[in-house]
Write a protein that binds this ligand. Structure first.
Ligand SMILES: NC(=O)c1ccc[n+]([C@@H]2O[C@H](COP(=O)([O-])OP(=O)(O)OC[C@H]3O[C@@H](n4cnc5c(N)ncnc54)[C@H](OP(=O)(O)O)[C@@H]3O)[C@@H](O)[C@H]2O)c1
Length: 417
């Protein structure tokens, strides 16, 4: 029998307890042992819960309990969770976590701290087994790129905006449906997706980047008019987490992206997640499924528990040794190369286009598509560029925004083909 302790018996924790009971026949057959929850840790012992396990509000009751083999951290947050997971490691426990925020900041420290199994399948894309796919299934490949829809809230909102809903309306609905938090910044600002991207990039490239090191833009400035441009030129707008190898450099970025509507990932709608991974030998592989929800996430958590019980001890981030040719370097965000879409609100005056075009020409940017739409207040110039360098686009925007006839900050969406 294996005894586990669960720190955090909320949405995911409760599902873990229930599935261990509901599916105990298949779990016992697959793991070879009976898995029993000995103790759960919560903040508030008086709260009503759907599960009946022994509870405590002192994490040491779990992390220092000699009978407990595996500590499952399902409380969320960064520093408090780090303290508790560290205590579990120091007491010789194997660890399972679903906590992407913890890993976005501390994954390399945690890896160096433990020689026991440390699993985190549920931390990226909930129920989709993307960690095991990258770390194990694709381990023979150099990873060329990862592109993922890894925040269900944003994907739901963008799907609805394509049907005509406006941003504020649909954010409210997403909150009512429980997809977005009361403070939705973390999702719509792209930070949650960035945490997940950083975890995937560590497995793909052994690169230790933190959220502050990478380009993160959210969906707050997407307008239904951008959807019209996308439709006209055969794109969908998706919030993507992108990791890409270019020689010794790795690009890591999260931003709304125009994706050609013939790519499979562009067809992923609503709260669903999908991740495309291209390996140099396998080619493109695509993973699709529920990125959140108690049961889907618990499915991944329990698969980690089963792996540990079976005795597998894969290196946490997938590497037993450093890369022989040296580490990859993170590409500076100003050096990123992409195609771009820009929305520029101008007053209806003669010479506007010539002036904007001359600024682009001076910064070596060439325009590929162009649309003009009459808005309520201003004329909207919508254009896309051929491949350009981020800093040239930034310089152009700075100059364009200084022009008298430009009435609002320029909006940018990167294009990924
Ligand atoms: N929900 C999802 O769909 C999903 C998907 C993927 C990953 N995750 C990750 O899974 C983790 C858990 O998410 P969740 O949605 O289950 O959260 P949740 O419903 O808010 O549950 C959190 C649990 O942790 C407990 N807790 C919080 N701080 C604590 C502390 N300092 N000491 C002891 N217990 C503490 C809470 O206790 P009380 O019950 O007493 O308040 C609660 O039981 C997070 O890292 C999240 O990012 C969630």
């Amino acid at each position: 029998m294996i005894k586990i302790g669960i720190v955090g018996v909320g949405t995911v924790g409760e599902s873990v307890v229930k599935i261990l009971e509901d599916n105990k026949d298949i779990i016992r057959a697959r793991s070879g042992k009976e898995i029993v929850v000995k103790t759960g840790v919560v903040r508030n012992l008086n709260k009503e819960r759907d599960v009946n396990i022994k509870l405590t509000d002192n994490y040491l009751d779990v992390t220092t309990d000699d009978e407990i083999d595996i500590v499952v951290e399902l409380m969320g947050g960064v520093e408090e969770a780090y303290k508790i997971v560290k205590s579990a490691i120091e007491n010789g426990k194997s660890v399972v976590t679903a906590n992407k925020a913890l890993l976005a900041y501390h994954r390399f420290e945690l890896q160096n701290m433990t020689d026991k199994p440390f699993e985190y399948e549920a931390s990226v894309a909930g129920g989709i087994p993307i960690i095991k796919a990258l770390r194990e299934g694709l381990s023979a490949n150099h990873i060329e790129s990862i592109k993922g829809i890894i925040n269900g809230t944003c994907n739901y909102m963008l799907t609805e905006m394509k049907k005509g809903a406006n941003y504020d309306e649909i954010l409210k609905v997403a909150q009512e449906l429980g997809y977005a938090e009361a403070d939705p910044t973390f999702d719509v600002g792209g930070f949650d997706a960035a945490h997940k991207l950083l975890i995937l990039a560590s497995i793909a490239y052994n690169i230790d980047a933190k959220p502050d090191d990478i380009l993160i833009e959210g969906i707050e400035n997407i307008d239904t008019i951008d959807m019209e441009f996308a439709k006209e030129f055969g794109y969908e707008i998706k919030l993507l987490g992108i990791a890409k190898k270019d020689g010794e450099f790795i690009e890591l970025r999260v931003h709304p992206t125009l994706v050609p509507n013939n790519q499979m990932i562009s067809k992923v709608e609503g709260v669903m997640n999908a991740i495309s991974v291209v390996g140099d030998k396998v080619g493109e592989t695509l993973y699709y499924g529920a990125g959140a929800g108690g049961d889907a996430t618990a499915s991944a958590v329990i698969s980690d528990i089963i792996s540990i019980v079976r005795g597998s001890n894969a290196p946490m981030l997938g590497y037993k040794k450093p890369l022989e040719n040296g580490d990859f370097k993170l590409r500076n965000r100003d050096e990123i190369k992409s195609k771009y879409y820009l929305r520029i609100a101008v007053s209806d005056e003669v010479g506007v286009l010539e002036k904007i075009a001359s600024i682009f020409a001076k910064n070596s940017i060439s325009i590929s598509n162009f649309l003009q739409k009459q808005g309520n207040e201003f004329v909207k110039i919508l254009l896309s560029t051929h491949e350009a360098i981020e800093k040239d686009i930034k310089n152009s925007i700075e100059e364009i925004e200084k022009l008298n006839f430009v009435k609002k900050p320029v909006n940018v969406i990167r294009i990924e083909e």
